[in-house]
Design a protein around this ligand. Structure first.
Ligand SMILES: Nc1nc2c(c(=O)[nH]1)N(C=O)[C@@H](CNc1ccc(C(=O)N[C@@H](CCC(=O)O)C(=O)O)cc1)CN2
Ligand SMILES: Nc1nc2c(ncn2[C@@H]2O[C@H](COP(=O)(O)OP(=O)(O)OP(=O)(O)O)[C@@H](O)[C@H]2O)c(=O)[nH]1
Length: 443
């Protein structure tokens, strides 16, 4: 399996001083490298206490040596781990010795890429490994772990099986042209397609949630100039991030701030107040604010009592699946406030009143529906599923409109390919390069 493959090595643990650090080696030379360090052949999957020496026989460190013979390792190749003291200097020296002994430096993500190429993980699982390492919230880590365990991939595979079954059915019809029309009119085909589209929509909803768990929900703060949007961002972030003045139109560009509420990640975006403006810079800011709005998960309108109704216009352009939240700010200036229908909160960005309620509402929105089975996902997966949705719409058109089995089968073939790109059944070198290139070194 490893013939003609080179041997890679990298420091697998974080930079900076730590109790223990590890160098990982994978490839055909790994056993020979292990034997040089240990002075004899290592026993499979056995923790050996070893003296790690350089080429001149000088002691680099004393540590633990592990050999995972192929194919029972993380990468599926021979893997050797050298676990030493967690010093960057020692680990560098260990790594250099491995390279002298014939390994080369691993590219970012190359261990996991090999695990993928050797069938240990599919592509969505491999991406989840990186997402798990990068997770900044409990909910995000739990979701990434589920995807790494294959929960998301299994859902994609189920859908794929359903799709293939329908495709086989339709292709069988094409083989009997004289009966094709009757065949395609068979309600079983329409029913199967309808069911497939339902299942796809369910998966799309859960996948969007998976992206939110992974990246944090995108909250776009919108409202008229001077409503207090920047003040609210600062209050939620707990620091002075945005410039606050009483000059309307202060915020020009979109300002993003990642925050956590009880272990849940949110990305807040303070947008330029939306209004007609002759100022080129402000107009560009407003254009960006609108773009932000179009891809948000939660649109948070900051307004006041007097404008709460008319300001609803700011929700224009918010996607249908995004939540809308109305926040009436500056309640420190009014003695009483009216009760309102719907999702409305009263706050003062200045005094902090009402902010706890707002935080818990945002947390609720971020984790809505994220029950036990929730998995993490990436934008790329949502895009793939959306394109599958398009192909299935075309399939329905082909069946009901032109009654062309050929066209329907062709659309299903595209749909199958788009689904396969999620788990990597179909993948280009460019896609793999982009995915694994964004991993950290040693993963
Ligand atoms: N020391 C160490 N800790 C680590 C890793 C590692 O590479 N080294 N991991 C790296 O990310 C994670 C664990 N992931 C791993 C996944 C598979 C195998 C492995 O040996 N798989 C074999 C045997 C399976 C078995 O015995 O059940 C296989 O798949 O055939 C090892 C680690 C986290 N902790
Ligand atoms: N009294 C009171 N004043 C507030 C409150 N929140 C914001 N302000 C004031 O309102 C003014 C505008 O606040 P900003 O946060 O800059 O408003 P903005 O919506 O970001 O404004 P633009 O950047 O122009 O879009 C500032 O003078 C703030 O100090 C509040 O809760 N109470």
């Amino acid at each position: 399996m490893t013939d003609g493959v080179d041997t890679i090595a990298a420091i697998a643990t974080g930079a900076g001083a730590a109790g223990v650090g590890a160098v990982r080696v994978s490839g055909p030379l790994a056993p020979a490298i292990a034997t040089r360090f240990l002075g004899r052949e290592p026993a499979p999957r056995h923790a050996h206490f070893a003296a790690f020496r350089d080429g001149a026989g000088e002691l680099i460190d004393r540590g633990i040596l592990l050999h995972f013979p192929a194919p029972h390792s993380y990468t599926g190749e021979h893997v050797v781990e050298l676990q030493g003291h967690g010093s960057a200097v020692l680990l560098d020296a260990l790594l250099r010795r491995c390279i002298e002994l014939g390994a080369r430096l691993a590219r970012p993500g190359e261990f996991t890429e090999r695990a993928f190429l050797n069938g240990k993980l599919d592509l969505a699982q491999a991406e989840a490994v990186a997402d798990l390492v990068a997770a900044t919230s409990q909910a995000g880590a739990r979701a990434a772990l589920r995807s790494m365990e294959g929960v998301f991939s299994a859902r994609v595979d189920d859908l794929l099986a359903e799709l293939i079954e329908l495709r086989v059915h339709i292709e069988a019809a094409i083989d009997f042209p004289e009966e094709e029309i009757d065949f395609l009119a068979d309600p079983i085909i329409g029913d199967k397609l309808a069911l497939l589209r339902n299942h796809l929509d369910e998966l799309l909803t859960e996948t969007r949630r998976g992206v939110r768990l992974n990246d944090g929900i995108a909250v776009a703060i919108v409202g008229r100039p001077n409503a207090g949007k920047s003040s609210l961002l600062n209050a939620l972030a707990g620091e002075e991030r945005a410039i606050v003045t009483d000059i309307a139109g202060t915020t020009r560009d979109v300002l993003r701030e990642a925050i956590h509420i009880d272990g849940v990640a949110l990305e807040l975006a303070d947008t330029a107040g939306l209004r007609e403006s002759d100022d080129i810079v402000e107009r560009e800011g407003i254009r960006r604010a609108r773009a932000q709005l179009e891809r948000c998960d939660v649109a948070l309108l900051v307004t006041d009592e007097a404008h709460a109704d008319t300001d609803q216009a700011f929700f224009h352009g918010v996607p249908a699946h995004a939540a809308r939240l109305v926040v009436i700010n500056k309640i420190d200036l009014v003695s009483r406030h009216a009760q309102r229908e719907g999702d409305t909160l009263w706050i003062s960005a200045r005094t902090g009143e009402g902010l706890d309620a707002l935080r818990s509402r945002l947390r609720e929105l971020a984790t809505a529906g994220a029950g036990e089975g929730a998995f993490s996902a990436r934008r790329r997966h949502v895009v793939a599923l959306e394109s599958v949705r398009g192909y299935l719409d075309h399939t329905a058109d082909a069946l009901h409109g032109t009654r062309s089995g050929e066209l329907a089968a062709e659309e299903l073939r595209h749909a199958q390919q788009a689904l396969g790109e999620i788990t990597g059944t179909y993948s280009s070198d460019d896609l793999l390069g982009a995915i694994f290139g964004s991993f950290c070194i040693g993963k």
